[in-house]
Ligand binder design. Structure first.
Ligand SMILES: *Cc1c(COP(=O)(O)O)cnc(C)c1O
Length: 358
């Protein structure tokens, strides 16, 4: 990223001189890297400031562009706020939104989804992997339902990219939101995949108006250093994906084995349909705040989402899988990563066992 802050500071949209060409070439390489990672064409990648903006462009952009066809959107109660809030906003404009429930394993019921479609349905938005409990929704089945009904299918894959295989063709996706900082890339850069090559083109109403950048869907000069970092991060994550998923899955399973005998423990979310590097557990009869404060010195843990850690209300995801407020608060969400070692897992397990028992 560094050269693109200094020596190579050209504007990728200035194509009359070599400074611009160098920047444009770097952006183009990153675009190819991203497209290759999800089975897309580089022309289908629209850079945004992150997954939040990509979700807003996808959901509000479809709602506005397809208003003549219908005003009904289907999503899920356990989505990230970056999906739920645009949907709630659209409700204030007269759109109807179905928020599907999930089972106690965190997964939606395909039959319930199928029954939710009506002739006004224009969009289905279901996340690939949940950011709190790590469960993987059945995207291929959802994609098939949407394809049969000619309804646009969007997925927020902020948590999935680089961690599990993701292919927009085989999953039947029309729109896919991704972000760099969930796979060790820089914060403040993301992208929206917008189908235009195979199958029907997706129309979107831009949410930021200005110049013609990004095919007119996202005006503004591209952030070249962050885009270069995004491309590099995706390349690295893809190269290591299979091996790293195996390594982290084994460590995560070991952590669960160490904790599963604790009294009153609940595993949140399906154990097989989940991200390899996520473990979420709740403890019956334990005060959540006290548990977290006793662990703080040893383990960097959170109970829910970073985006709501200032919010005293218990997690909407944990409530959707049936937890009462107190149990939702007594939740630990472990995120394993590239630097996590077996020795650290053992230390974390010992600290949690000691804190829960005390
Ligand atoms: C982190 C995250 C987001 C927000 O992404 P930003 O790039 O920070 O805007 C959206 N959805 C999910 C599922 C996330 O995990």
């Amino acid at each position: 990223m560094l050269p693109f802050f200094s020596e190579s500071f050209g504007n990728p949209h200035s194509l009359n001189h070599s400074y611009g060409w160098a920047a444009e070439a770097a952006v183009s390489q990153a675009r190819q890297e991203l497209a290759a990672a999800i089975g897309a064409d580089p022309t289908e990648i629209i850079f945004t400031s992150g997954a939040t903006e990509a979700n807003n462009l996808a959901i509000k952009g479809v709602a506005e562009a397809y208003l003549a066809q219908g005003n009904h959107i289907i999503t899920v109660q356990t989505e990230h706020n970056a999906v739920l809030a645009p949907c709630r906003y659209l409700e204030t404009l007269g759109f109807r939104v179905t928020y599907l429930p999930v089972g106690s394993n965190g997964l939606l019921d395909i039959a319930q989804l199928a029954a939710a479609f009506c002739d006004q349905t224009i969009l289905v938005s279901v996340m690939a992997a949940n950011n709190e409990i790590g469960v993987l929704q059945p995207l291929a089945q959802i994609g098939q339902l949407c394809c049969d009904r000619k309804v646009i299918f969007h997925s927020d894959a902020a948590q999935a990219l680089g961690h599990i295989p993701l292919n927009v063709q085989t999953l039947g996706l029309d729109l896919l939101s991704i972000t760099a900082h969930k796979l060790y890339g820089p914060k403040g850069i993301g992208a929206l995949y917008v189908r235009r090559r195979q199958g029907p083109r997706v129309q979107l109403a831009p949410q930021i108006h200005g110049g013609p950048q990004e095919r007119g869907l996202r005006a503004g000069t591209l952030n070249v250093p962050l885009i270069v970092g995004f491309g590099e991060a995706v390349g690295l994550a893809m190269a290591e994906q299979v091996e790293e998923a195996q390594r982290l899955g084994t460590l995560r399973d070991h952590l669960w084995q160490r904790l599963c005998d604790l009294p009153g423990i609940h595993l949140n979310g399906d154990l097989t349909q989940r991200l390899p590097h996520n473990l979420s557990v709740s403890f019956e009869g334990v005060e959540g705040n006290i548990l977290l404060s006793r662990l703080r010195a040893t383990v960097a843990l959170s109970s829910g989402s970073a985006c709501s850690s200032a919010d005293p209300a218990p997690s909407h995801v944990l409530k959707a899988i049936g937890h009462r407020d107190k149990l939702a608060r007594a939740t630990l969400r472990f995120g394993l990563g590239r630097g996590t070692t077996a020795e650290e897992i053992e230390r974390a397990a010992q600290a949690v066992i000691k804190a829960v028992k005390s």
